[in-house]
Design a protein around this ligand. Structure first.
Ligand code: IPE
Ligand code: IPE
Ligand code: MG
Length: 244
């Protein structure tokens, strides 16, 4: 068992204790830098995505272990459809492999899976599999939301369209309740790796009062200790929500 060397040293134990306050329920990750990780090693981008997938599994598991109730990951954006076909294919293949694994993983880690985004372009079989996985894990305690074919603007447009079609009044509550994330609390913390400091169309509505944490670490290099650093930084922030 690792022991933290000082009271305020980021560590697993310290993260668990901070998170037990209930103030950090939901972390969302913009998993960026897979391509650069591969390029640095002279490897094809798809290898970066493979190592990125391994990091994703480790980080999701760690977040659950330290008491994070909801994790959302940005795995594929609406804009990512514009990447070369073989790269898109390699990402879809990794997602399929992960879904295969999920039956085991989800029960071991108590993961309640939810896919957010427009899955239709992934094909009917994929949509069905995703729905099955959501249904099969609906009773688990730790929310894992995977953003696929996801764009914040697209999500808001789809929500508003649903309201308009039903002739319902457009209010903040009604929009929130018709987003793909309905029922999930807004992210308290959004982590973006690989040095970019932008949202890239992620959770635009839900991030209104999220804290942001940026690290230069490339996603495949992310380790549990990097999460401890982000948690420490989060608990040093003052969230005012516009008040004094
Ligand atoms: C993030 O890594 C994964 C996806 C967007 C699917 P990138 O593939 O964007 O990696 P970089 O930004 O090119 O390094
Ligand atoms: C955001 O990363 C999307 C995902 C992490 C899935 P991108 O690499 O696509 O974003 P930009 O192009 O740098 O803004
Ligand atoms: Mg990128």
């Amino acid at each position: 068992m690792s022991q933290s060397s000082g009271k305020d040293t980021p560590s697993r134990e310290r993260s668990i204790s901070l998170i037990s306050s209930g103030r950090l329920r939901h972390i969302a990750f913009i998993m960026d830098g897979n391509g650069r990780w591969a390029a640095k090693r002279g490897l094809p981008r798809k290898v970066g995505h493979r190592y990125g997938a391994a990091a994703f599994k480790e980080i999701v598991r760690y977040c659950g272990d330290i008491g994070i109730k909801y994790v959302t990951v940005y795995a594929f954006s609406t804009e990512n459809w514009g990447r070369p076909g073989d790269e898109v294919e390699s990402i879809i293949k990794l997602l399929g492999d992960y879904m295969d694994e999920c039956e085991k993983t989800a029960s071991r880690d108590s993961l309640r899976m939810r896919f957010i985004g427009d899955l239709s372009a992934f094909g009917e079989a994929f949509v069905e599999r995703a729905a099955k996985l959501e249904a099969a894990t609906a009773h688990y305690s730790h929310g894992l939301n995977i953003a696929l074919g996801y764009g914040g603007r697209d999500e808001i447009v789809r929500a508003c369209r649903k309201l308009a079609e039903r002739g319902e009044e457009i209010t903040e509550e009604a929009i929130g309740a018709n987003l793909d994330t309905a029922g999930i609390p807004d992210p308290d913390l959004i982590v973006r790796t690989a040095g970019e400091k932008r949202l890239s169309n992620f959770l635009m509505w839900q991030s209104a009062y999220s804290e942001f944490y940026f690290t230069d670490t490339l996603w495949p290099d992310m380790k549990p200790h990097d999460i401890d650093l982000a948690v420490e930084e989060f608990f040093g922030r003052k969230r005012r929500y516009g008040k004094v």
